[in-house]
Design a protein around this ligand. Structure first.
Ligand SMILES: Cc1cc2nc3c(=O)[nH]c(=O)nc-3n(C[C@H](O)[C@H](O)[C@H](O)COP(=O)(O)OP(=O)(O)OC[C@H]3O[C@@H](n4cnc5c(N)ncnc54)[C@H](O)[C@@H]3O)c2cc1C
Length: 501
């Protein structure tokens, strides 16, 4: 790519990559830089739900919930390998919310978003029901409703891969260190991990830096503004599996918040989240003891089997970049986003807030705005099911079955995982291999060299952490010795790792 682009996107979280993909599909030349790994921050630290957000109905956020529910249907078609339906059980507690209120909320939830593929909600008896078995005996009835699960970091990487395949330049581990505006263009300076600088000229700049969005304006673009973001930390804990079935739970709390307990990575339960105002560096966010205790207590109110902080095998935290609507309570701050096109000189598009669920809509609206100032070709295109994300062309369960029929040596667990991480792209990992041994070095937990090499060549993975905690969650399943062997392999073969998608 030359030193001149139509759009320079800063930030490789879900919103940045979604905008880059939409822009390149509308005929614009695009460069995206991300100072760390793709989705290294908020976009890999979510609860991993593609959802309308049942609780936002209580805050009268009907437009946001409707928009998000409509997106659920769109995204299930575009990426069935990394997004799939998930049913939720809500045990009823009349002193927290009366049954009529829950029924009304679920009625709206079923009908606000043009639900087509997912089953509607219903009331259930918990006694004698496998869904009630892990719960304390005082919970007699509950409700079941639909939402969807997403592998958040993979969704971001797939958008980046598709943008790259359409011609965008994607630069992970590259920080935007300066952006100087003139009447007609932006002069942008990028620095790679080794500190090497490169300057390019862009017609328009997109600030998709999530929790850094205001800092970016102040310290890098030096643009006067009046924006504030409310940074709200959210943490999750992971414990050994607390129940056998495939439904998730949504637990109401006495402080009126809700906490999810979700089946995770087959052997685990994911519990989250918290809402804590945050004033530190978003890159250094960690769970604290109070949050761990809160999450343990939140599920101990419901499950027969109590957990304690010592049961936590992994935790992660992220910072929500929320629009500051001056709510007192952090959990009540709006989850909606705002796009702002500043044309006081070369165009600057700022992204404030947003959810994973609405990233595609946000990208579409961003490009509709940029189309006023840039020579785009064609209009909105990313909701077209004929343009799925890489690997999303087939149902992953059918794909796993087909692979096993063709390759009797392939284990059911590996076929399932590859189909749900890579979809049809998994063929590139399996290739012509005629046995597990032919997939190369085994790094534990059915991670083989063929997959590692694929991730490095096509998905910008460079470190063991990229592979074990973002491209996959195999970090939960491998031993420390396996992880060290993987790191050594990556370091030894670094010279062969220059290629990307
Ligand atoms: C605890 C929690 C739970 C959530 N759960 C859900 C959920 O279940 N469903 C849902 O839909 N949403 C959820 N969200 C919201 C969702 O995760 C975020 O809204 C979304 O990930 C924000 O993406 P982003 O691209 O704006 O920000 P980020 O993912 O943070 O990306 C911004 C990127 O910009 C980069 N950057 C910053 N400055 C520079 C620079 N100078 N140069 C280069 N790069 C730079 C950063 O490194 C960062 O990677 C949750 C959020 C949290 C915190």
């Amino acid at each position: 790519m030359t030193g001149m682009v139509d759009v320079m996107v800063v930030g490789g979280g879900i919103n940045g990559v979604g905008i880059a993909r939409d822009a390149v599909g509308r005929g614009l030349s695009v460069c995206l830089c991300e100072r760390d790994d793709l989705a290294a921050h908020t976009s890999s630290a979510s609860t991993k739900l593609i959802h309308g957000g049942l609780r936002y109905l209580e805050q009268y956020e009907f437009a946001l919930v409707g928009k998000a529910l409509a997106e659920r249907e769109v995204l299930l078609k575009l990426a069935p390998h990394v997004i799939w339906p998930l049913r939720f059980v809500l045990p009823h507690e009349s002193h927290l919310r009366p049954a009529w209120m829950i029924r009304l909320g679920l009625f709206l939830y079923d009908h606000l978003g043009r639900r087509r593929s997912l089953p509607g909600s219903r009331r259930i008896r918990l006694e004698g029901n496998p869904l009630g078995a892990p719960l304390k005996p005082q919970f007699h009835t509950g409700f079941v409703y639909s939402d969807a699960w997403v592998q958040d970091a993979r969704l971001a990487v797939l958008n980046a891969m598709d943008a790259a395949a359409r011609g965008a330049e994607i630069l992970p581990r590259t920080r935007c260190v300066a952006a100087v505006r003139s009447a007609g263009h932006w002069q942008v300076t990028l620095a790679d991990a080794a500190g090497r600088e490169r300057t390019l000229t862009a017609r328009a700049l997109v600030n998709a830096t999530g929790p850094w969005a205001v800092r970016f304006l102040d310290e890098i673009a030096h643009v006067p503004h009046t924006h504030t973001l409310r940074l709200v930390k959210g943490s999750h804990i992971v414990v050994r599996r607390l129940f056998e079935h495939d439904h998730a739970y949504i637990f109401q709390q006495p402080d009126r918040r809700i906490v999810f307990a979700i089946p995770y990575e087959h052997d685990y339960t994911l519990i989250g989240t918290t809402d804590v105002d945050y004033h530190g560096d978003p890159a250094q966010v960690h769970i604290d003891a109070e949050e761990t205790a809160y999450l343990c207590a939140a599920v101990n109110r419901y499950f027969r089997r109590a957990i304690a902080p010592a049961d936590v095998v992994w935790s992660y935290s992220g910072v929500r970049p929320l629009l500051d609507d001056h709510q007192q309570n952090a959990s009540e701050v709006t989850r909606d986003y705002r796009l702002e096109l500043d044309t006081d000189g070369a165009p600057l598009l700022n992204v404030f807030g947003g959810k994973l669920t609405t990233y595609r809509r946000l990208g579409e609206e961003a490009l509709d705005l940029l189309a006023n100032v840039l020579p785009t070709r064609g209009g909105a295109w990313t909701s077209d099911p004929a343009q799925p994300l890489p690997g999303g062309e087939r149902d992953p369960n059918a794909l796993a079955d087909a692979w096993r029929a063709q390759r009797p040596w392939l284990t059911a667990s590996l076929a399932w995982r590859l189909a749900h991480q890579y979809g049809t792209r998994g063929e590139r990992i399996l290739g012509e291999a005629g046995s597990l041994d032919a997939l190369g070095i085994a790094f534990g937990a059915e991670l083989y060299q063929a997959e590692v090499d694929y991730l490095r060549e096509h998905e910008w993975a460079q470190t063991a952490e990229d592979i074990l905690w973002r491209r996959s969650k195999l970090g939960l399943h491998v031993t420390p010795a396996d992880a060290a062997r993987l790191a050594a392999y990556l370091a030894d073969t670094q010279s062969a790792a220059a290629g990307t998608a």
